[in-house]
Design a protein around this ligand. Structure first.
Ligand code: FES
Length: 325
């Protein structure tokens, strides 16, 4: 993978402050109870919050990367919440302790970019803010586009307009709910400029539009952060076998079970956060065979190498895979 960093140690953090950024978006400041500095993070990184209701959810850090004594995440109260954002909004209070994994980064800035286009939609602006702060610190060439329904629905707008050190590089696009009135992604991304990289995080519709409009860009120059798996067409599940080389164990994966489920049934302790192919925590080395990649974390180039797979969702094209377990 392209330079991901994953720190999967859990730690207990204290909720020091909560702020309403909009009617539906709340930011949370998390600190160590001791007040000591927290592990540093990179632009684009996120935390996984282990919620008291048994769910785990990932939220991007929106501050300037580096070392500090707090992490800040912003959470949209999602109308379709399966209990994650609803719990964070309704149950988390100042002074509570929460178990956190990370920071992890599946959305790093490329270190060889000559310029960058940042596109954030809705709450997806959070990693984009951290990236903009870092690119500004580096003195790098970039532009940022922030898409939302309206200024009142969008967090950080006043700060972006009047205080952000990179505010002259920001364009706000409010479409009133009609994407046709928003950012023209085809015009923005029509020209491929050597060395330019594109980063996008936002609702599925925006990311799909940006993906289509940048399909002629080099794959390595285009970066997306998805926290929910989008629906991808997949072949019908077929059974296959996995041989675990370090354990010298052959296992059958039936059509109605994932590799992850079979591994867990056989006593293997596999790290997972999302279990839908978007976090990278379950990536496992493949020594032989051809996986059928169903994740949304590996790039097309990384998938073509067939040397790693997300065991939570990916399956096999070959009748047998050899995994480094
Ligand atoms: S658990 Fe997240 S990609 Fe597999």
């Amino acid at each position: 993978m392209s330079n991901p960093t994953n720190t999967l140690d859990r730690q207990e953090l204290l909720v020091r402050a909560i702020k309403d950024e909009t009617a539906q978006i709340r930011s949370f400041e998390l600190v160590l109870e001791s007040g000591e500095p927290l592990p540093p993070f990179e632009a684009g990184a996120h935390l996984a919050l282990h919620l008291g209701n048994g769910l785990t959810r990932q939220y991007s850090l929106f501050d300037a990367p580096g070392t500090g004594c707090s992490y800040r995440v912003a959470v949209l109260k999602d109308r379709g919440s399966r209990g994650g954002s609803r719990f964070v909004h309704d149950a988390l209070k100042v002074g509570d302790r929460i178990s956190v994994t990370g920071p992890s980064n599946n959305f790093p800035l490329a270190d060889d970019a000559t310029s960058s286009v940042l596109i954030g939609g809705g709450i997806g602006v959070t990693p984009i803010l951290s990236m903009a702060l870092e690119l500004h610190r580096q003195g790098a060439e970039f532009e940022m586009h922030y898409c939302a329904r309206s200024a009142t629905d969008a967090a950080f707008v006043d700060w972006l307009r009047s205080e952000a050190p990179f505010r002259d590089r920001v364009q706000l696009h409010f479409d009133g709910g009609d994407p046709a009135k928003g950012l023209n992604v085809h015009a923005l991304l029509a020209d491929v400029i050597e060395g330019r990289h594109l980063y996008c995080c936002g609702p599925g519709g925006l990311m799909d539009a940006v993906e289509a409009a940048s399909s002629h860009w080099p794959a390595k120059a285009v970066h997306f952060e998805r926290f929910k798996a989008s629906v991808v067409a997949t072949a019908e599940n077929q059974p296959f076998s996995v041989y675990l080389s370090r354990s010298d164990l052959e296992l059958e994966v039936p059509a109605d079970k994932s590799v992850l489920k079979v591994l867990r049934e056989n006593g293997f302790d596999i790290n997972t956060l999302c279990e839908e192919g978007v976090c990278g925590s379950c990536l496992t080395d493949v020594l032989e065979g051809e996986p059928e990649h169903r994740d949304q974390i590996l790039t097309a180039d990384e998938k073509s190498l067939n040397d790693v797979m997300a065991v939570c969702c990916s399956r096999a094209i070959s009748s047998r895979l050899v995994l480094d377990l």
